[in-house]
Design a protein around this ligand. Structure first.
Ligand code: KIV
Length: 290
């Protein structure tokens, strides 16, 4: 584990988010799972999330449940090595914050020691004890409510949450419990806009929405979704700003064609020997061929 030190003056911090919430400046968050994505995103966004969505976006799993602490550490370390100026938040994967406060603290602390500024964890009232334990150890926590992907089996699929009175009131209650436990921000995922709006105006900490309408203090989308890098079905809440998948495939196919035609590599993409050595090699014959 290498210690990451990052000191640029314009670093985004938790107090920055508090200030922006007060000023009404919207917060922008995206995911990064490797150094390339982190370098692309860092000058643009305020928060980089090493999300457990790495499981379904990059690792080929159907959902986030198989993602382990070791996987999160591996991807976090790649992102942290780029020393981003954005606030760097790492997801706590399934079962890493459920068993005991001690294990939760050790797992979250390990993420901070690998370069995260804060951790994010899913769930409401049931997780408040763990949030308090982390905050007591100076580990900043971002909460996550609504369509929490680690609860996919309980929800019976990836379905919009908070659509009836009981669920909506429970979500508002959970949001206030998490704030009282010390969360510095909350992700609100897959809930009706009005509910996200009510949560946002009643809380003092910022809310960051995904599929939760425009009233949140900020928005998050998965990097690969913003860039159109995922082939196939696109959820209603995603707006793709590039046709990344198609664009990259076209570029790759032009390169493959150039290789097949012999036009890649060209002279400029090749190394040369000094002239005399090239001449000498031209007269060289394999041993035993005279
Ligand atoms: O893992 C993730 O990418 C997330 C965001 C979608 C909020 O939790």
């Amino acid at each position: 584990m290498s210690h990451i030190s990052r000191h640029p003056a314009d670093r985004v911090t938790i107090p920055s988010l508090r200030l922006w919430r007060e000023q009404g400046r919207r917060i922008v968050m995206t995911t990064a799972y490797d150094a390339v994505a982190a370098r692309i995103a860092d000058p643009i966004v305020d928060i980089i999330l090493v999300g457990d969505s790495v499981g379904n976006v990059c690792l080929g799993f159907d959902n986030t449940l198989p993602v382990s602490m070791a996987m999160m550490q591996h991807h976090l370390e790649a992102v942290a090595r780029t020393k981003p100026r954005s606030l760097l938040v790492a997801d706590m994967p399934f079962l890493s914050f459920h068993l005991s406060p001690q294990e939760t603290i050790r797992n979250a602390g390990g993420l901070l020691q690998r370069g995260a500024d804060a951790v994010k964890l899913e769930g409401g009232a049931k997780r408040v004890e763990m949030v308090r334990a982390l905050v007591d150890c100076e580990i900043p926590v971002m909460g996550h409510l609504g369509l929490t992907p680690q609860s996919v089996n309980v929800m019976g699929g990836f379905k919009v949450q908070g659509r009836n009175a009981d669920d909506a009131l429970r979500l508002l209650d959970d949001a206030h419990r998490l704030q009282a436990a010390g969360c510095f921000a909350l992700v609100l995922e897959g809930i009706p806009s009005e509910l996200a709006g009510r949560a946002t105006e009643s809380l003092t900490i910022p809310t960051i929405g995904i599929g939760a309408g425009p009233a949140c203090s900020g928005q998050v989308l998965v990097f690969h979704d913003v860039l159109g890098l995922i082939e196939g079905h696109r959820p209603k809440f995603v707006r793709a700003y590039a046709h990344g998948f198609q664009l990259l495939r076209e570029a790759l196919s032009i390169w493959a064609e150039d290789v097949r035609q012999g036009s890649f590599p060209g002279t400029n993409e090749s190394y040369r020997l000094p002239e005399e050595l090239a001449e000498e090699l031209a007269h060289w014959a394999p041993p035993g061929s005279h």
